[in-house]
Design a protein around this ligand. Structure first.
Ligand code: ARG
Length: 563
């Protein structure tokens, strides 16, 4: 909003389009220098005048009640009129839906591949990342005018099912498993046993390959066992998605594309892109400096990449996707580069339509987890532990709270989710329950607590801000001004988060906002002073409350009103 005003005014004096001017504006390194700065170096090159002279000229030309412009060397610094600014923000901007939901997507249809766990393996804490980063990106894009479609691309096909069936037939105990309360754990035990045994009995690998071949050929026993594993695992996953508040528009396993791969291979053959290499079929990607993309193995079976090609085509043609995003760990980056490149070779119009949104590893005590060795931290157990610790903290801080159980669930899950999302997604995350549950750290509970505080103030005030008469002079106060400015930054940060597919931008913004709110709360008595003064402060509290609640919801975190 402030940027808009400054851009408008500057555009009257500069031979540059508004978009370019807006992109030049910066935040000065400290508040005493001003609220916004225009570095004049780029302009100097364009206009062939020194940056210092441009700054001086503009300072003289720009006279406006909304700000004071001052030249400081090669910079033009703006000090905003705090009262006018506060008035514009609190009486008009925040009442406008377009402030909270800037429309940058303009209806672009985005197919988002997210979560996508492997069936018959446990839902580990690692999959939390794809699920929650994907969920947050989806909500952020939806909020900024994109038409998002969430797809869970279940790993329900591949040679690992040959291994699973082999292990199940040899060592599975159907009676015990029918009564198990966490079937994916039993499946994991079988998977681990297979790998242990296969070290000494390599013939097991052959057996597994044979089972997978049977599965691909539609053998009824293989299909029956496979279906059972899928059904049971899905039930387990669905419970988790429900607790996390994550929903999908489509849940389609890799197997869904089994009958769609033939046509892709045929098309590649027609385009003369397919080459034989030691009995297998590949697409060469030498020109892109990539190893060839293997599509059909020498035994005739398909692989992960083959299914991803068919999937991408389906998402574009059948689901009408303009943009296909894949929220998948960084270790699969070569795979996606290869798949995207093959698509582009098939048809130029694929350029720029697919994007891998990678994220780093989730570590526990500094170690990567490996499913093969059974070293997995079950997400369900992590959530339960976080919730039980949250309950203890709530017991200690607020024993009389109503709905303690439900709130503990919201706080525990919020802590885990925020603990993930506050990190730049491409970085590795070290997971520690103790840190993420601190009520006074950079945590989800801290934000939820701050939000509950805003709600409690508003409850006490009982609508005292619903008046036309507001006194804006408090906007000058040094603990009010930073909060006003931060609230006004909401749409900008949201757009950045959407543009970079980076939920952490929103997460860090919410931390800054909550810190500014708490400083305001400690230094300024809200329910104090004349009615118009109180009304102004309460509007500010309401705006903060709304920004935190909306922001948390974009991250997939709930905001209880009492804590
Ligand atoms: N199931 C895979 C895994 O967990 C992720 C699938 C990602 N999506 C895709 N279209 N390949 O490793």
């Amino acid at each position: 909003m402030k940027q808009d005003l400054l851009t408008e005014c500057l555009a009257l004096h500069l031979p540059l389009p508004k978009g370019e001017i807006a992109a030049l504006l910066e935040h000065p390194p400290n508040d005493s220098m001003g609220d916004v700065a225009l570095p004049c170096f780029v302009l100097a090159k364009k206009l062939k005048i020194s940056p210092g002279d441009i700054a001086k000229q503009l300072a003289e030309q720009l006279v406006h009640p909304g700000f004071i412009a001052e030249a400081a060397g090669p910079y033009l610094n703006f000090k905003l009129n705090r009262q006018l600014f506060g008035e514009a923000l609190l009486t008009s901007s925040i009442g406008d839906d377009s402030f909270w939901r800037p429309n940058i997507g303009k209806g672009t249809r985005v197919i988002l591949d997210m979560s996508s766990p492997n069936i018959a393996k446990p839902f580990g804490i690692g999959h939390l990342r794809s699920t929650m980063i994907g969920n947050a990106i989806s909500r952020i894009l939806q909020e900024t005018g994109f038409d998002t479609v969430n797809v869970n691309h279940l790993g329900d096909w591949g040679t690992q099912f040959g291994k699973m069936i082999t292990a199940y037939v040899k060592w599975g105990d159907p009676v015990a498993m029918a009564q198990s309360n966490n079937i994916t754990k039993d499946y994991l035990a079988l998977y681990v046993k297979f790998h242990e045994e296969a070290e000494h009995h390599p013939e097991l690998e052959l057996e597994a390959r044979e089972w997978f071949r049977k599965l691909e050929n539609g053998d009824s026993q293989a299909l029956q066992l496979w279906k059972e594993m899928i059904g049971e695992s899905l039930k387990q996953f669905d419970k988790l998605y429900k607790r996390l508040g994550v929903t999908f528009d489509h849940v389609l396993g890799e197997s869904f594309y089994n009958d769609k791969m033939g046509a892709v291979i045929e098309e590649l053959r027609k385009l003369e892109l397919l080459e034989e290499s030691e009995g297998a079929l590949v697409v060469r990607l030498d020109e892109a400096d990539m190893p060839p993309c293997l599509l059909v193995k020498s035994d005739g079976t398909s692989i992960y990449a083959t299914r991803d090609l068919a999937t991408a085509i389906y998402r574009r043609k059948q689901m009408n996707g303009d943009l296909l995003l894949y929220v998948v760990g960084g270790e699969q980056s070569l795979h996606f580069q290869q798949v995207f490149r093959v698509l582009e070779k098939m048809d130029d119009s694929w350029q720029g339509r697919c994007q891998h949104i990678p994220f780093g590893l989730m570590r526990m005590d500094g170690q990567k987890m490996s499913t093969r060795r059974g070293k997995v931290m079950f997400l369900e157990e992590v959530l339960n532990e976080a919730i039980s610790q949250a309950k203890k903290i709530i017991e200690a801080k607020n024993p009389s709270l109503a709905n303690k159980e439900a709130v503990a669930e919201e706080v525990g899950i919020g802590a885990v989710v925020f603990g993930d999302l506050k990190n730049t997604r491409t970085l590795d995350v070290d997971f520690s329950l103790k840190d993420i549950l601190q009520f006074d750290g950079e945590t989800g509970p801290y934000l939820q607590y701050t939000h509950a505080r805003t709600c409690s103030i508003l409850r006490k005030a009982d609508g005292a801000d619903q008046t036309e008469e507001l006194n804006f002079s408090l906007a000058e106060h040094d603990h009010v001004w930073p909060l006003l400015k931060l609230i006004s930054n909401y749409p900008q940060r949201l757009q950045q988060a959407a543009g970079r597919y980076e939920p952490s931008i929103m997460a860090r913004y919410l931390l800054e906002l909550a810190q500014a709110f708490n400083r305001f709360y400690h230094h300024v008595k809200v329910l104090d002073g004349s009615a118009p003064e109180q009304a102004f402060k309460l509007r500010l509290v309401r705006a903060s409350s709304e920004a935190i609640r909306k922001g948390l919801s974009l991250l997939g975190i709930s905001a209880p009103e009492e804590l």
